[in-house]
Design a protein around this ligand. Structure first.
Ligand SMILES: Cc1cc2nc3c(=O)[nH]c(=O)nc-3n(C[C@H](O)[C@H](O)[C@H](O)COP(=O)(O)O)c2cc1C
Length: 405
């Protein structure tokens, strides 16, 4: 039986008192139990957020009813994807009411479902089960979803430290080659917003990632690849980077290290970061040998709220067939296809096709390695809105560079 997860958000058409929401939840819970549907209903005094899990067809049928219910409006689907296990297993429909009428902060939860949850409080909701659904509720409960639907303002960057942080070289203590990270922003020049910053591996003598990785082979290479990324996250956390953070991983690191995803999630949590802030960029440099294991790891990353990007697209092994089998959240077009695109017919034809393909698959496209205004102009015209490259900012060691808009 295929299980499905559906999350939507909507606005209540009436001012609802807490008791009314509780009574509604209990009524829906009873009906959901009959349909083998579990989930969670959250109300913040104004908006609902509901998570529904269960057999795909039953979820689809219920959602059709819910969408036309006059008790709410502006129904927006947040997530609709297959899952392999439920988050709210025994729950007919748990509920949390966050604000009462009058906007007073009250937190009321359905104690009978899970006493633990109430004791832990909303801050710790994700401890119930670290899945994308619980992350979404957590973000909703904290009001963060309102920001999640708008890109962060560049004013936020005023608070960033201007001075580079002291060099790290922390990996030394683990017997790993000492590493630093240079951060390079990915920007939308039209809205003048920064969407994320890629953490680029650098050695103590400014060595490139390739030079550093060439010091390792076999399992040591993959372990180093994975474990070094904790320092990227740490520097980003110390800087208080208010945008997403991209880290690179070799596909084989996700495959050969069985607990790679848990390792990342553990570090993300310890550093007080949100998994929704993290993007794992999978470099295509290496052929993927075990497709099932790779998709399994990618599914786990995404199930935890981490976004997945294909890096250097067009330069590596997997190419278009990878896109047919697995749709990443983001795709970064390799610099070789971008450089001089304004005057290169074949590059234009290829990039147009990739942009079109990603558009229909709901994948966000970034152009890498932009160095000239003419490249940016052509790409904007072709529908690319996110850019990374020297034209906007050079990577800055252990700090966030100034952007040349
Ligand atoms: C915010 C909201 C959440 C709802 N959630 C559920 C639900 O989880 N299960 C359910 O059966 N109905 C739910 N409903 C009610 C459905 O829209 C619909 O009224 C109901 O399924 C129809 O059942 P009935 O024909 O027995 O009245 C919800 C309605 C609203 C406004």
């Amino acid at each position: 039986m295929s299980l499905s997860l559906l999350v939507y958000r909507s606005r209540s058409t009436k001012q609802l008192k807490k008791d009314r929401v509780v009574a509604m939840s209990k009524h829906f819970a009873a009906r959901n139990r009959d349909r083998d549907i579990t989930g969670m209903l959250v109300f913040d005094g104004d908006y609902f957020m509901q998570v529904l899990e269960g057999p795909r067809q039953k979820i689809t049928a219920l959602y059709e009813l819910i969408q036309t219910d006059p008790r709410h409006e502006e129904v927006v689907t947040v997530l609709d994807e297959p899952i392999y296990r439920r988050t709210f297993d025994d729950w007919g429909l748990g509920f949390i009411v966050i604000n009462d009428e009058g906007g007073n902060q009250i937190i009321s939860s359905d104690l009978s479902f899970d006493n633990q949850l109430y004791k832990l409080g909303l801050d710790n909701l994700k401890q119930v089960d670290e899945t994308r659904a619980s992350m979404i509720i957590d973000a909703f409960a904290k009001g963060r979803w309102r920001e999640a639907y708008t890109v962060p303002s560049d004013e936020l960057y005023l608070d960033l430290p201007e001075q580079a942080l002291p060099e790290f070289n922390k990996a030394d203590s683990l017997g790993l080659y000492p590493v630093n990270f240079a951060f390079q922003p990915i920007v939308n020049p039209v809205s003048k917003l920064v969407t994320s910053a890629e953490a680029l591996l650098r050695g103590p003598n400014n060595e490139s990632p390739a030079e550093i990785l060439s010091r390792y082979s076999g399992i040591d290479l993959y372990r180093f690849d994975l474990e070094s990324k904790q320092y990227a996250l740490q520097i980003a956390a110390d800087m208080g980077l208010p945008c997403c953070i991209s880290v690179n991983l070799l596909p084989m690191s996700l495959i050969t290290i069985p607990d790679a995803v848990d390792f990342l999630l553990d570090r993300i949590e310890r550093l007080g970061l949100s998994s929704e802030q993290i993007i794992v960029e999978i470099t295509e440099e290496e052929a993927i040998t075990n497709h099932d294991a790779f998709y399994g790891a990618v599914t786990r990353l995404r199930a935890a709220g981490i976004k997945v990007a294909i890096d250097d697209f067009g330069a590596g092994f997997a190419g278009l067939s990878l896109l047919a089998e697995f749709q990443p959240d983001k795709l970064k077009i390799d610099r070789k296809l971008i450089q001089g695109i304004q005057s290169n017919g074949p590059k234009q034809a290829i990039v147009r096709a990739v942009v079109e393909c990603c558009y229909s698959l709901g994948i966000s496209v970034t152009a890498e390695g932009v160095e000239q205004a003419a490249e940016v102009d052509w790409l904007l015209e072709a529908g690319v809105s996110k850019f990374q490259g020297f034209f906007f900012a050079r990577p800055a060691l252990n700090s966030f560079p100034e952007i040349n808009w």
